[in-house]
Design a protein around this ligand. Structure first.
Ligand SMILES: NC(=O)C1=CN([C@@H]2O[C@H](COP(=O)(O)OP(=O)(O)OC[C@H]3O[C@@H](n4cnc5c(N)ncnc54)[C@H](OP(=O)(O)O)[C@@H]3O)[C@@H](O)[C@H]2O)C=CC1
Ligand SMILES: CC(=O)N[C@@H](CCC(=O)OP(=O)(O)O)C(=O)O
Length: 342
């Protein structure tokens, strides 16, 4: 059995990791941290987990976490970078759900995240944890930087077009909507029911911190910088990301076949039949990304719809997918939950 630890077990991605890992046949969750709930049983704080664990929340401690084979960081940006080096020295694999190791250019990271990086020396060895692009590197990694929720939906949506040089990569547009759980469990004015409910708005139009991450990922696919306009929106749903992606076609190509072929062996990317409309409802609670491909009126603009559950394929499910690869397990173990409907 793989001994797993979770730092930040009381947040949304932390409890989602627990939901997945506590029924994973190859994993024993042995350490779960929370500073505010230290001393409390996990299933007292989360009664949905009654009968699945007897673990008690502890304060984060490197020695205790070093008894694990793998430690997940489900913590705000700026936490994993202070503990990862010691865990790695102790032979522990680290899977970080935050943004601490996602961006290779440390100056760029510091600019967008507004703090000094505590372990810049680790950034080069961190592997970006998007299995559909980086599967072989993930298998060899010690430190995995899981992609953000918006970047997962956008990169999987654009990938076949960019790999095949089918569009003008200098003018990509990602118009993306997120549910409120994307903001985490912390108390915040913008997440209140009476602020977010029955309302819909764009935010961070001038520049969101996922912009450099998405640009970096897309540029790696193309082999040169890309031009991207990314506008995130907050919608009054709890889970889900819906990305509407626009690009100008640069050659004539059967788009539906392109997507079907690229993803035919990917367990967690489902290309919908031609003419479909992707719906966040159909991926809620599952580790799937569903993609619909459109070319309105047969014109030269391609429109891709890409949906995920931000807490599963956008965070904790994707992290477990990377863990499976890291420990040489079938990629789908523990991740075959069907979406909740309705
Ligand atoms: N929500 C989402 O959809 C997604 C989130 N992410 C990323 O995953 C990470 C976690 O997100 P989310 O679960 O939403 O966050 P939450 O705010 O819901 O939870 C954060 C957790 O981290 C713990 N924590 C906070 N500060 C520290 C600290 N300094 N040291 C140790 N533990 C700490 C908290 O517990 P306590 O304070 O009790 O210790 C809590 O359990 C973030 O980096 C986020 O950007 C990535 C993709 C999607
Ligand atoms: C709706 C909402 O607030 N979404 C978050 C998404 C960020 C997130 O989840 O953080 P990562 O950088 O780790 O992916 C935001 O815009 O800040």
């Amino acid at each position: 059995m793989i001994k797993a630890g979770i730092v930040g077990g009381t947040g949304y991605t932390g409890v989602e990791l627990l939901r997945i890992l506590l029924v994973h046949p190859q994993v024993q969750v042995s350490v779960v941290t929370s500073r505010s709930d230290a001393g409390q049983r996990v299933d007292h704080i989360y009664p949905s987990l009654r009968g699945y664990t007897e673990v008690v929340f502890t304060s984060p401690d490197v020695q205790q976490l070093s008894t694990c084979d793998v430690v997940f960081f489900a913590t705000p940006n700026g936490t994993a970078m202070t503990m990862a080096a010691d865990l790695l020295k102790n032979g522990v694999k680290v899977i970080d759900l935050s943004a601490d190791f996602r961006i290779k250019d440390v100056q760029e990271w510091q600019k967008w995240y507004g703090m000094e990086h505590a372990s810049p020396e680790l950034i080069a060895s961190a592997v970006y944890g998007l299995p559909e692009i980086n599967r072989e590197q993930i298998k060899q990694a010690s430190l995995i930087a899981c992609p953000g929720c918006y970047p997962t939906a956008v990169q999987l949506g654009f990938l076949p077009l960019l790999e095949n040089a089918a569009v003008d990569s200098s003018q990509l547009i990602a118009d993306v909507k997120s549910g409120v759980s994307g903001a985490g469990r912390k108390a915040e004015l913008a997440s209140l029911m009476s602020e977010a409910g029955e309302s819909f708005k764009a935010y961070a139009v001038a520049g969101h911190r996922h912009l450099p991450e998405i640009r970096q990922g897309l540029a790696n696919i193309v082999g040169q910088p890309v031009g991207l306009t990314f506008v995130p929106h907050l919608t009054p749903m709890i889970r889900g990301i819906h990305a509407t992606l626009y690009a100008r076609l640069s050659k004539s190509i059967d788009l539906q076949s392109l997507y079907q072929q690229r993803y035919q062996h990917e367990a967690f990317v489902d290309v919908l039949p031609a003419g479909s409309h992707a719906d966040t409802r159909n991926v809620r609670g599952s580790n799937r990304c569903q993609i619909a491909v459109h070319q309105p009126q047969g014109g030269d603009t391609v429109v891709i719809l890409s949906v995920i559950d931000n807490l599963v394929k956008g965070a904790s499910g994707q992290a477990v997918q990377a863990m499976n690869l890291l420990f040489d397990l079938p990629e789908t173990v523990g991740l075959q939950q069907v979406a909740l409907y309705p």
